[in-house]
Design a protein around this ligand. Structure first.
Ligand code: ATP
Ligand code: MG
Ligand code: FE
Length: 403
């Protein structure tokens, strides 16, 4: 029951070996942060080149850490979308070649399904003793309302496990309940961090700095999404993400994060903070990326208050809509996953709210919140069991939707 997972949808090259969909035997992630940081965002051409360079050594390292060899692998699972076309292509081509030459099946996995399955995965590694760890959330009652909140997505799904392994019942079922109309929450974090002169990606910087500011200092608000808002104006646009018709969705479960980014920008302009932000950016750019962490660029109180207020507002909006949706659709639990699920304030407030409502809640371990391949191998397990394999002409689908 060993599945090798391969993930290359964005700026992380990752490989992992997972046993029976629930035990992480190894998980190796090569982040390209250092490559893209000077540009303040992911550069697609550079991403593909880095994936190409890393994919073989990363896979080798995953096998080594798992204490197994290629001949022990029973299937290769790969992210086929959504993501950057050129980046997906590297992982997909490699996974196909590997599976074909080993004579094992290839399994296609949606990146978002992977993020959801990260929650069900135990991170603790079995050191070859044969004891299998239970997924941290294996007891989570279903169906679960899943908030996937990352660099490219802010989506709510109602997720339920397969009812059996009979034909057509192989995979989990997902129903789209809500989504962002414009920017993803992680994208807002990244853009706000950039305009404040902080490093890339912005999430961890804002997470760290927010604890020193007063979250009540700037009263950011989210406007109600107007009825039919999603039918007028520009088409929904998210980074390499789903562009699906969203007509049937309840507007109370729709998100919009482009407004708060503009509000932060306006605040910076009005309060004459622009020069300080540019100064901070300049200082950081002159330093090697590895030194950024030690050189926390001290922000003045006004900037810290702004950061704390931004985060408080974003987390509050995510929380309000997620729990309202969970109640409306009768979810038995809530799960939060994707890069932004690593956020400390988000975890604390979601956990408290869930407790108050008596709803079980689960998050992936911190390491499995952001992109990794263990989640891809885990999501492939039900398909492996049911014999639902991909064809050899499987293509990358940058705009793949989950539901
Ligand atoms: P997608 O999964 O939608 O295709 P992605 O794979 O690029 O996008 P992830 O790797 O899951 O996204 O998450 C990256 C995002 O998470 C970035 O936007 C980053 O700023 C954000 N992020 C990471 N850590 C934190 C944190 N502690 N607080 C808030 N945001 C965070
Ligand atoms: Mg990433
Ligand atoms: Fe992701």
């Amino acid at each position: 029951g060993l599945i090798l997972g391969i993930e290359s949808s964005c700026d992380e090259t990752a490989a992992a070996v997972v046993e029976r969909g629930s035990l992480t035997r190894s998980s190796i992630v090569a982040s390209q942060i250092g490559t893209h940081a000077p540009y303040g965002g992911v550069v697609p051409e550079l991403a593909s080149r880095e994936h190409l360079r890393n994919i073989v050594p990363i896979t080798r390292a995953a096998l080594e850490q798992a204490g197994c060899e290629l001949k022990d692998i029973e299937a290769v699972a790969v992210t086929s979308g959504p993501g950057l076309a050129g980046a997906l292509l590297v992982g997909l081509t490699y996974a196909k070649t590997l599976a074909f030459s080993l004579g094992v099946p290839l399994i296609s996995v949606n990146h978002l399904e992977g993020h959801i399955h990260a929650v069900l995965l135990a991170e603790n590694r079995d050191q070859g003793s044969g004891t299998r760890e239970q997924g941290i959330a294996s007891g989570l009652p279903m169906p679960a309302l899943a908030l996937v909140v990352s660099g490219g997505h802010t989506h709510l799904f109602l997720a339920r496990p397969p009812e059996g392994i009979a034909a057509g019942q192989a995979g989990w079922r997902y129903e789209l309940i809500g989504r962002t109309l414009d920017d993803a929450a992680g994208e807002a974090y990244d853009k706000v961090a950039k305009l404040l002169g902080l490093g890339y990606p912005g999430g961890p910087w804002i997470d760290n700095l927010a604890q020193y500011g007063n979250a009540k200092a700037v009263p950011f608000t989210f406007a109600q999404i107007k009825p039919k808002a999603h039918l007028e104006g520009k088409a929904p646009r998210t980074k390499g993400a789903t562009i699906a018709p969203i007509g049937g969705l309840n507007r109370h479960f729709l998100f919009s994060f482009s407004g708060i980014k503009t509000a932060v920008l306006r605040y910076v302009e009005v309060h004459g903070m622009r020069a300080a932000c540019e100064e901070r950016m300049k200082t950081l750019s002159a330093m090697p990326h590895a030194a950024w962490q030690d050189a926390l660029p001290w922000c003045d109180k006004q900037t810290l208050d702004l950061i704390a207020s931004f985060q408080h507002a974003v987390v509050g909006d995510l929380m309000k809509k997620t729990f309202a949706a969970a109640e409306a659709v009768g979810a038995a639990s809530v799960l939060v996953t994707g890069g932004v699920a690593a956020n400390r304030e988000l975890r604390v407030r979601f956990t408290a709210e869930a407790a108050e409502r008596g709803l079980p809640i689960a998050f992936p371990t911190l390491a499995l919140s952001t992109d990794n391949a263990a989640m891809i191998a885990a999501a492939a397990w039900p398909r492996f069991v049911a014999g639902e394999f991909a064809d050899w002409d499987l293509e990358a689908n940058p705009r793949m939707v989950l539901a």
